[in-house]
Design a protein around this ligand. Structure first.
Ligand code: HPA
Length: 248
């Protein structure tokens, strides 16, 4: 079974038939909410809203370890499809574009970001390619199957938030090699790797990053809301397609 982690704009899964909610206890505290078990496209799926079901948890306050620890308790978990809203840094990554990144730059600070603490035996996990390549290819095939265009590859920069970046910060991210910017990709991806859970991101560009293109002067929240509304149904199309291909 796949887990879907929904980000901003996806605190519910359209078409998801909920069967049971289960509250997981973890040594790291409380996850963002109960895990929702049910069916999507006739396949078993578990869903978690990263920011909580009322979208009340800020990116830096999400208990990423509790979320991942809870998901890791599911016996037949095949992988995590993590949905994220991002800003487009590369000028061709316009609002509405879907992207399956292959790299990460981490600019977060102060977030508990490892399970290797206390008495745990330290392991320096390999993170050269932070996303699971099989899941990434699966997402691409899923998008192709429904004629949805996605950019395959790109570098996701994770900032601390919750404020958006300055134009100068985005210029620096671009110089560093980042293509998109979000606030929740880390430490989520690293924790998944520590637990050996295949993990991939499906990102929806919801705005041009600060200082880029139509965001030269400011980032319009009204415009973001429009892009999210239209874009998340396309994200869901890809997720459903992925789940159907997984079954076939
Ligand atoms: N910056 C950081 N995170 C984001 C953005 C952005 O421009 N858009 C959506 N999430």
């Amino acid at each position: 079974m796949y887990a879907v982690i929904g980000g901003s704009g996806l605190s519910k899964l359209p078409g998801f038939q909920l069967e049971r909610r289960q509250v997981f206890r973890t040594p790291y505290g409380e996850p963002s909410g109960a895990l929702m078990f049910g069916h999507l496209a006739d396949e078993e799926v578990v869903f978690l809203a990263r920011h909580g079901y009322g979208h009340t948890i800020a990116p830096h306050q999400i208990n990423y370890r509790a979320n991942m620890s809870a998901l890791s308790q599911i016996a037949d978990l095949d992988g995590i499809l993590s949905v994220a809203s991002v800003g487009g840094i590369r000028p061709d990554l316009l609002p509405g574009q879907l992207l399956i990144p292959d790299q990460i730059l981490d600019y977060t600070s102060g977030r508990p970001s490892t399970f290797f603490e206390g008495s745990a035996q330290v392991e320096h996990i390999d993170f050269t390619w932070p996303y699971d390549q099989t899941l990434r290819s699966g997402l691409r095939a899923a998008a192709d199957a429904i004629n949805e265009s996605v950019v395959f590859g790109g570098c996701y920069a994770c900032t601390q938030g919750p404020r958006l970046e300055t134009a100068a910060e985005v210029k620096r991210l671009a110089r560093d090699g980042a293509d998109i910017v979000g606030m929740t990709g880390m430490p989520e991806a690293a924790l998944a790797r520590e637990l050996n859970i295949p993990y991939a991101h499906l990102a929806l560009v919801v705005n041009s990053a600060a200082g880029v293109g139509s965001s030269a002067q400011e980032i319009s929240h009204a415009q973001i809301a429009q892009v999210v509304a239209a874009g998340m149904s396309r994200v869901m199309g890809v997720v459903k397609s992925m789940i159907q291909l997984h079954r076939d």
